[in-house]
Design a protein around this ligand. Structure first.
Ligand code: DC
Length: 300
């Protein structure tokens, strides 16, 4: 490395064999962050982590977004963390926080089934096997946009409409139809973009991203899940009762676990996490530790 009056020059190692994976301290210097980010194009294909990437804000706040929109790599090289689990296990919250912490994209696959069910009902199709092909065809024509935490179906904001208990139950019905599941596969794969993805659902680790480097299967007792859902709904001013919620979520678990295609179950290589007695922060820290343990530079 050579430093001049108004430049630093970094000369790469002579051959691919000399490269090693590294996690780079930036010392709050945006030039370090930008310069070393280019090491990600190394001929050995080794990963590079830039610590404190936000220091680029001094001169180029969207530097990494711009870089990732231009950079291309093999899809298989883009890291994926899967968070699967039953209804109201807290996987949505866990996955969203992980994605924010790591600066990764976020796939809420359940929302795709919720939107599909909504679109099918709007088209007058009942959510049963007799309409399986029609619903699968409909999926191909949908325009679904995720922006700033909101989701739009054919231009209309449906974020709140798809979050009701009824929408969840309808999603569970439509998700039991194999052709509908197949129709949603490409859309889900499309979320795997640089710098990485956290995917939340039921079959992320078993079917959609079977080669993901980290798979978490999140559980919590039915009692605890019903309590959490109850608090959520009450805080939104939606009246409900604990026993009815618990019965609904147990019915949904039973359907999701017993269907013939992509049933809810942990992948063989998934790490089980029972968060009945854990705070969100504790669960996040634990999974971030597991993720760190997967990195080639974890010992550096
Ligand atoms: O995660 P959620 O509650 O938004 O999911 C709604 C329903 O969608 C769930 O009951 C089953 C179905 N689903 C699925 O079959 N596969 C997924 N990957 C995600 C959700």
């Amino acid at each position: 490395m050579e430093e001049g009056a108004d430049f630093i020059r970094v000369t790469p190692p002579a051959s691919p064999a000399h490269w090693q994976a590294a996690s780079i301290h930036t010392y709050d210097d945006h030039r370090m962050a930008m310069c070393f980010s280019l090491a990600a194009f190394n001929p050995a294909g080794l990963p590079v982590r830039i610590e404190d990437p936000k220091c680029v804000a001094k001169t180029f706040p969207d530097y990494f977004e711009a870089l990732f929109s231009l950079a291309q790599t093999r899809t298989s090289a883009i890291p994926v963390i899967c968070v699967d689990g039953p209804t109201a296990s807290g996987k949505g919250t866990l996955a969203a926080v992980l994605a924010t912490e790591l600066g990764y994209h976020f796939l809420d696959s359940g929302s795709l089934y919720r939107i599909t069910a909504l679109a099918a009902m709007q088209a007058g199709l009942s959510l049963d096997a007799a309409h399986e092909q029609a619903i699968a065809d409909l999926v191909q024509s949908l325009s679904i946009q995720f922006t700033e935490g909101r989701v739009r179906l054919n231009g209309t904001d449906v974020s709140d409409t798809i979050r009701t208990e009824e929408a969840g139950m309808n999603a569970s019905r439509v998700s039991a139809l194999p052709k509908v599941r197949l129709a949603l596969v490409d859309l889900q794969h499309g979320f795997r973009q640089l710098p990485g993805l956290v995917a939340d659902g039921r079959d992320m680790g078993t079917i959609i991203f079977p080669e993901a480097a980290l798979k978490v299967f999140l559980t919590a007792s039915a009692e605890r899940r019903a309590e959490r859902r109850y608090k959520q709904l009450i805080s939104k001013g939606i009246s409900t009762t604990l026993p009815s919620l618990r019965a609904d979520l147990e019915a949904r678990d039973a359907r999701d676990s017993s269907r013939s295609v992509a049933p809810l179950k942990p992948a063989q290589d998934a790490r089980l996490l029972d968060n009945s007695d854990l705070t969100v922060e504790k669960s996040v820290d634990l999974v971030l530790d597991w993720w760190q343990g997967k990195q080639p530079f974890s010992a550096i």
